[in-house]
Design a binder for this molecule. Structure first.
Ligand SMILES: [Mg+2]
Length: 223
């Protein structure tokens, strides 16, 4: 068990690899390129990128301004963006899989990346073999986000045959944890620089990086 629960579900992006500001900036550029080159947005690349960054700050979603004001369909951007995602720039942790294999719980991944990108990311991180039948994308549930509704977390539990109260959900994005909590899960936030969401009552535990969380889980299991 982990934190008294049988099941552990991880977010993928910026949770199972380290979030860096350089990579976030590259991803804003990637989204701007998808909007201009693939979806035909009539705006300069530079201005588009600025709006992506602004949209992320306001809505925690780089596409939201374009859905609201520029007639972009969330599904189209979801697909185009993930095709362009520069996965080779992600720097995997060393030996993360060795730690994950020793965690005393059933483990799954629930990602807001699409299946195409998440398979590539899992292979790049050395986690694909372990999770190949245990990772799900939002698109498997007919949605493009996991920070809008508790329903998708309940649907996920139904899919894997567990109850939300038996699950620990681990995510760097606290806007996701709000709905995991509402569904009835125990929540763990992964942060990097500092624990900026201390005040959020729907976060049960917070750890600096996934490795510190796993180290504590393994130490508790060995005790
Ligand atoms: Mg994330």
């Amino acid at each position: 068990m982990v934190l008294g629960k049988d099941v552990l579900i991880y977010d993928l992006d910026d949770t199972l690899y380290n979030k860096t500001e350089e990579f976030a900036d590259v991803l804003d550029q990637t989204m701007a390129e998808a909007l201009v080159y693939d979806l035909g947005l009539k705006m300069s690349l530079e201005d588009t990128k600025k709006l992506v960054t602004e949209s992320y700050k306001i809505y925690r979603d780089g596409g939201e301004i374009f859905y609201k004001n520029y007639g972009i369909e969330p599904k189209d951007l979801f697909i185009a963006y993930h095709r362009r995602k520069p996965i080779d720039l992600i720097k995997p942790y060393d030996n993360l899989i060795d730690k994950i294999k020793r965690v005393p719980a059933e483990q799954y991944i629930f990602t807001a990346s699409d299946r195409y990108a998440s398979e590539k990311i899992l292979k790049h991180l050395g986690l694909y073999e372990f999770f190949k039948d245990r990772y799900f994308s939002v698109e498997d549930f007919g949605v493009y986000k996991k920070n809008e509704d508790a329903k998708v977390y309940k649907d996920f539990c139904r899919r894997i045959g567990v109850r939300p109260q038996d699950v620990v959900f681990v995510d760097d994005s606290y806007s996701n944890l709000e709905f995991a909590k509402e569904a009835g899960m125990t929540t763990v936030r992964i942060y990097y620089k500092n624990n900026s969401a201390k005040d959020k009552t729907y976060i049960d535990y917070a750890y600096k990086g996934i490795e510190s969380f796993l180290d504590e889980v393994l130490a508790a299991a060995a005790a």
